[in-house]
Design a protein. Sequence first.
Length: 138
Amino acid sequence: MTNELHWHAYAYTSPQGVVPGDDEAPFDADDWLRRPARAITATFEKPEAAAVWMHQQLAANPPWSEGEHGYAHATLFTRQYLHIDQDQTPWAYYLDRHDRIVMRLLAPCPRPRPPSRPAELYPWEKPPPPCPLGAPTP
Ligand SMILES: [Zn+2]
C-alpha cells in the first residue's frame, strides 16, 4: 500500500428481520477503518474498480424497493464521490428483498489529515484512523 488515495470496501448483510438501527454496521467510515484489517472485503486503487464493486454488490442484492433512500443514494452518488468529491464515502444501506439490511461502504484512505492542533478537535472527535493495511500517513 502506498499513501496514494485508495478505497477499502466493507460489506455487511444482516440476518433476516433486523430492524434498521439495531444492526451491527457502523455508519462512520472511521469506525470501519478502526476494525482489524480482516474486516476489509477488498481494496481498490482505481475509482473505476471501486465503482464496479459497488455496482456488482447492488446488483447481487436487489433492494426491497429501488426508491429506498440508501439504495438510490448509492446509485446516484457512488461515481461522483469516487471521481470528484473524493473526501466523501460512497455507501449503500437498504433493505433487500429477503428482509435483510445490506450495507456496503467504500472508505477513502488515507483519511483527511487531522487538525494540526489537538485543540481544533471537538471533545467528541477522535483523530482519523491510520490505514488498516499500514499505508503511511501523509
Ligand atoms: Zn488504506
